[in-house]
Design a protein around this ligand. Structure first.
Ligand code: UDP
Length: 322
């Protein structure tokens, strides 16, 4: 089997490539290296089963050629990271909406199976915990750019469902919840690698808002296993499925746990959202996935807890940053 992984030089994409190759697949990536990097795929370069194209999914000629020769498309190329999304609103909408449109058009032309990676951001400000795939989504006003990310991904989901409905071809939609692990950059927000870096350097740990907001962090190895298992599940075709971990932690508790894990001398400081992002920024208070559907359709359950993930990232950062 041959996979095309868009965004394959990104954090999640590069881990997915490694897993697919381990499972005997041939993997072609397309990545414009905007948030991805050559470092992420360095380990894959010697493999005969790995090929790369450094280009944008908006380049329809290149995309057409790559889609025509693959069996399955894993579409991961997207604008990511809340800080980047707030700073580059046009880029976010264009990359997410037009990028997915190009991928779906090519998938349609060659009748290829396609996995669309969406996000837990789609649930928006919903307070119905845990988030179930068929629940209502609750977005904020269009004057607050953060919601453009959620809405752009929701449009991607609608477009994917529309394709499945009109053509009958296999489309899989997954909503990823705060995926973390080695090689994730802290540059675009991403709280876990950022806190670990700060703790390792005994610098202040920067908690945004009052820190009582919570998240559930999933190890990238669990998430990529779920992604790779999708396409062998007939029941998963045409579905939207949450993938992540349901161990919930507040950002205050996360800061404390990271400080203790590395016996760090860091202080913990609170920074108002207005200063961290922009005036009037809205955050989600709690974000917890229901993993029932993933369990039922994919036999998915997370296997790696947050403590182990924090240690893994710490060991990695010590190795690369010294
Ligand atoms: N956050 C924080 N300090 C940081 C970066 C992020 O307190 O240096 C908070 C952020 O405001 C959010 C949570 O940590 O409430 C998770 O942020 P991240 O950007 O990792 O993912 P999000 O869940 O917002 O997509």
């Amino acid at each position: 089997m041959r996979a095309l992984v868009t965004g394959g030089a990104g954090f999640i994409g590069s881990h997915l490539c490694e897993l697919l190759i381990e499972r005997g697949w041939t993997v072609q990536i397309i990545d414009d290296l905007s948030t991805g990097s050559k470092d992420n795929i360095r380990g894959l370069l010697p493999s005969k089963s790995f090929q790369y194209a450094f280009d944008s999914v908006l380049n329809e000629m290149v995309l057409d050629r790559l889609v025509s020769t693959c069996d399955v498309i894993f579409h991961l190329a997207a604008a990511v990271g809340v800080e980047l999304i707030v700073k580059r609103p046009i880029h976010t909408i264009r990359t997410n909406v037009e990028g997915t449109d190009c991928v779906l058009k090519a998938a349609r032309r060659y009748h290829k199976a396609v996995v669309i990676t969406s996000t837990s951001e789609v649930y928006g400000k919903s307070t119905k915990i845990p988030f179930r795939e068929e629940d209502d989504t609750v977005s904020g006003p269009t004057t607050k750019h953060r919601w453009a990310y959620a809405c752009s991904k929701a449009i991607d989901e609608f477009a994917a469902f529309a394709l499945a409905k009109e053509t009958g071809q296999p489309v899989y939609i997954v909503r990823l919840f705060n995926t973390v692990g080695v090689r994730q950059s802290s540059r675009y927000g991403m709280v876990v690698p950022r806190f670990i870096k700060q703790a390792l350097h005994d610098e202040p740990i920067t908690v945004y808002g009052d820190g009582e907001q919570s998240r559930c962090f999933a190890n990238v190895a669990d998430v990529t296993r779920g992604l790779a298992d999708l396409i062998s599940s007939e029941a998963a075709a045409g579905q939207v499925i949450n993938l992540g971990n349901n161990e919930e932690i507040t950002i205050n508790a996360l800061a404390e746990r990271i400080r203790q894990t590395f016996s760090s001398k860091s202080s913990i400081v609170h920074i108002p959202y207005d200063r961290a992002y922009e005036e009037g920024f809205e955050d989600m208070h709690r974000r917890v996935p229901s993993l029932e559907k993933a369990k039922r359709l994919l036999d998915y359950a997370p296997t790696i807890d947050l403590d182990q993930t924090i240690r893994e990232i710490g060991d990695y950062l010590v190795k690369v940053d010294g």
